[in-house]
Design a protein. Structure first.
Length: 497
């Protein structure tokens, strides 16, 4: 049996920089994914509410969120395209051998990106230019296209976790590909819905957190109340659903990927009555230091009985399982994800109980402090979920069919490190620009809102944000803030949505 050190020594020099580059770009891209997948639905909920109630403030918020949605989509296309290229550039062994089997997922994602770009453009352009009902109806397909994009990428990833839909010829190459089986693998359903609900929860808490900060700073008007209530309610409703789905996917991993489950729970030897460790560190000799040990709980969680047998890492050779360090990383990521999910569940229950009992928002400043931090915590949980999925599958890039080392590029490691450094610089610029654009939009929106209360000659001066939710815009003075939801000067009615 090979030792961990032998496994690491046998890895090609390109493996570390290639994995580091892929991990960095994926971790960066996934920050944007919740808004890309879930913000269209949250925006349309608010849009529909505004139309139904005749609430101009709701329509104003929906129009502003649609501008954020468009900017986020543009940045997400850049980071997502980089990831697509990296599959071919960094892992030619994977794409060359298995692309015909699971590549359909990337094709679906590409079509979804195209459709979403068109629909976002129509939705953004339609403010003030289309009849209200027509504009809203044209926006309804947006959430479906976002879910279609997630469908494509999750189909590819779930196939890598539980590959199906092919046979191997005498040389070990896939033949007789069955597309439907390759898409709908045993892990696809649990992984897809766990991911989609995670995006709804995360986007809801991220958006609500912005208005929770405003609430803490004394901005307690209808605008901030709506901006907080709609996305937070969406997140709070789906938080307990996500808890159930998380338990379901962990149980599916237990059955379909027992070695990954062993890494998630740092189980060294196959046994029954296995204890649960909260955190802790696994050493190469199988010992565990630190953490909190709860007797028999892991077996109970896995099979609802303390005598449930849990497969250990030592049930397979060292070169077919995660190293002790990788198992510890997987375990910590999993525990952090579950811990954050538990705290968010308590926050959602707090919100729900106050609403059911008093029909109003919680009044405690501590609630809004927690709500303000819930968005960042949700993003951390999403990152930890992907770490659990990818690190826990090591050393396989296609589970039990191809190792990561077999798929990596032959490009010199020095070149890959240089590429990694350049990507970091580019991403810092890209995300810095994204932040600058968002801050400028916020500043212009505040200037536009401040203009609403001014008076000239005893008559109210209409703000370009609130004079009418649809139809032609009133003529405003040159230099007034406008644009997509107030984004840029608008001296004439024809000069922007």
């Amino acid at each position: 049996m090979q030792s961990t050190l032998q496994v690491l020594a046998d890895a090609p020099a390109q493996l570390l920089p290639a994995r580091s580059l892929m991990a960095f770009t994926l971790a960066s891209h996934i920050i944007l994914v919740p808004l890309g997948v879930a913000l269209p639905l949250i925006t349309l909920i608010l849009h529909g509410y505004g139309l139904r109630r005749g609430d101009r403030t709701a329509l104003l918020l929906a129009r502003r969120w649609s501008a954020v949605m468009a900017v986020q989509f543009a940045i997400g296309v850049v980071t997502g395209t980089v990831l697509s290229f990296e599959f071919g550039l960094l892992w030619p062994g994977l794409m060359g051998r298995w692309g015909d089997v699971f590549g359909i997922g990337f094709g679906v994602e590409a079509w979804a990106f195209f459709l979403e770009a068109v629909l976002i453009a129509i939705y953004l352009y339609g403010w003030r230019r289309l009849p209200a009902r027509t504009h809203f109806l044209l926006g309804l397909p947006l959430p479906a296209t976002a879910l279609l994009g997630a469908f494509g990428i999750l189909a590819a990833n779930s196939w890598m976790n539980t590959p199906r839909g092919f046979s191997l010829d005498s040389e070990g190459n896939p033949v007789d590909v069955e597309i439907w089986k390759a898409i709908f693998t045993p892990m696809f359903g649990p992984q897809y819905w766990h991911f989609v609900v995670a995006m709804l929860v995360t986007a809801g808490y991220v958006v609500a957190g912005v208005y929770a900060v405003g609430w803490l700073r004394g901005r307690r008007d209808h605008y901030h109340r709506l901006g907080f209530t709609i996305p937070f309610t969406v997140a709070a409703v789906f938080t307990p659903v996500q808890f159930v789905l998380g338990d379901s996917i962990a149980r599916q991993v237990f059955h379909e990927q027992p070695i990954k489950f062993a890494a998630m729970e740092i189980v060294w030897e196959t046994d029954t009555h296995v204890p649960e460790y909260l955190f802790g560190r696994l050493h190469p000799d199988g010992s565990i230091s630190g953490g909190i040990k709860i007797p028999q709980l892991d077996s109970i969680l896995a099979g609802f009985r303390p005598d449930t047998k849990v497969t250990g890492l030592t049930s397979v050779p060292a070169d077919e399982r995660p190293t002790a360090t990788q198992a510890t990383i997987t375990h910590w990521a999993f525990d952090i994800m579950v811990g954050i999910g538990t705290v968010l569940l308590l926050l959602a229950l707090w919100y729900g109980l106050v609403w059911l009992r008093r029909r109003r928002l919680p009044a405690s400043p501590w609630f809004y402090r927690c709500a303000a931090g819930a968005g960042a915590a949700s993003v951390v949980a999403v990152e930890c979920g992907w770490i659990t999925t990818e690190v826990g599958r090591q050393p396989w890039i296609v589970y039990q069919n191809m190792r990561v080392a077999e798929a990596v590029t032959s490009t010199r490691s020095t070149t890959l490190w240089i590429m990694f450094a350049l990507v970091i610089v580019v991403y810092v610029c890209v995300f810095g620009s994204f932040l600058v654009v968002l801050l400028k939009m916020r500043t212009r929106w505040r200037l536009a809102d401040g203009q609403d209360g001014r008076r000239e000659g005893g008559r109210p001066e209409p703000s370009p944000e609130t004079d009418t939710p649809y139809g032609p815009r009133s003529t405003v003075r040159s230099g007034a803030a406008a644009g997509p939801g107030g984004d840029g000067p608008s001296p004439t009615p024809e000069d922007g949505p």
